[in-house]
Design a binder for this molecule. Structure first.
Ligand SMILES: Cc1ncc(COP(=O)(O)O)c(C=O)c1O
Length: 337
């Protein structure tokens, strides 16, 4: 099997379609200018069946990202949540990754997407540990990227905009070409920003530190979750907007967080060991705690999990075809072929 299983349904503008039928036209605006937004959500196998990790927060960020690009999704959070459930059900996967995507669609190819209705898709596929099982267990080797993080005054770092990931592509492909697993990007001010798709944490003298949006980062849902877990474990933590590279190099421990990367220890930056080069106690504790929460083994009271098998009692049939609100408003073609 390749990266995609190519079975199960893809949700496209309200319809659950067979995988191979979920297409858009080459003249879709988002393909030309990156004018789209997306999300990444994991679901984990738990004793109570598959459960989505922080679904509400991800869908809310999806809507906020869209709003930053003046895009109206045309679907409520509840409708999108239902669509996510439907696609996971059709995939028959017990663990995996959900990719909601919204693009300015087919209409014109001026810079402004006039007459381009917004196309929304939801895809589900398996996604084993992004930076590898060895990376999760023993940590990864990271390089400081020659590419600086796009400044948030140029494109808003708080949005997960499609075109913004050219910056991630350049930094990650450079890191991989030079034999490293991940890139660490500095921002335009020369301070630490984040990884190509992860937030960064470090530990110094027992205190956990990470940065925030003014450092031109995407504030992560995993980052917020780890900060919450640290609080519950009594691990002191601090948000420090301006992290110097030396702070990370001289740290006792460092790690990345993200939906894809989960909690991945950093053991080396450009050949320099972080701490003693092994996974530190604070990192391991938070990593264990994160996986326990995601797999429903602990912290159920935090309400982070949405269980697939326990519907909200709305009596809706999971396989029904939804109708977008924009249709009601009289917007026509979505540009699908
Ligand atoms: C650039 C960037 N930073 C940070 C993150 C981590 O965010 P989250 O934990 O919400 O997945 C991601 C992944 O979405 C990302 O793409």
């Amino acid at each position: 099997m390749g990266f995609f299983p190519e079975r199960g349904a893809i949700w496209l503008d309200g319809d659950l379609l067979p995988w191979s039928d979920a297409r858009v036209h080459v003249c879709v605006h988002g393909l030309h200018y990156g004018t789209g937004v997306f999300e990444g959500i994991r679901f984990y196998d738990t004793a109570r069946g598959p459960a989505l990790f922080r679904l509400g927060e991800h869908l809310q960020r999806f809507e906020r990202s869209a709003a930053q690009y003046r895009m109206q999704l045309g679907w409520s959070e509840e409708q999108l949540a239902q669509a996510v459930r439907d696609v996971i059900e059709s995939s028959e996967l017990t663990e995996g990754y959900v990719r909601p995507l919204a693009l300015y669609g087919y209409g014109n190819l001026g810079i402004l997407p006039r007459q381009c209705p917004v196309t929304v898709a939801i895809v589900v596929y398996p996604f084993p540990m992004y930076l590898g099982a060895d990376g999760i267990q023993n940590g990864i080797r990271v390089t400081v990227s020659p590419w600086r993080k796009t400044h948030t005054s140029s494109v808003p770092s708080t949005a997960k905009g499609c075109g913004q990931y050219l910056n991630s592509f350049l930094s990650l492909s450079d890191a991989r070409a030079r034999g490293f697993e991940e890139a660490l990007l500095l921002n335009q001010e020369g301070f630490v920003a984040e990884g190509s798709g992860e937030n960064v944490f470090y530990v110094k003298d027992g205190t956990l530190l990470t940065n925030d949006a003014p450092a031109s980062i995407l504030p992560g849902i995993t980052q917020a979750s780890v900060l919450e877990l640290a609080r519950l474990h009594g691990i002191p933590s601090r948000i420090q907007t301006w992290i110097r590279l030396e702070d990370v190099l001289e740290a006792d421990e460092a790690f990345f967080t993200g939906t894809a990367a989960e909690v991945t220890p950093i053991r080396e930056v450009d050949g320099r060991s972080i701490g003693d080069g092994t996974v530190g106690a604070v990192t391991r504790r938070l990593q264990d705690s994160f996986f326990a929460a995601a797999r429903g083994e602990a912290h159920a009271d935090l309400g982070w999990l949405t269980f697939l098998k326990e519907r909200g009692g709305n009596g809706m049939d999971g396989r029904r075809v939804l109708r977008p609100r924009s249709h009601e408003a009289g917007v026509q073609s979505t540009g699908r072929t």
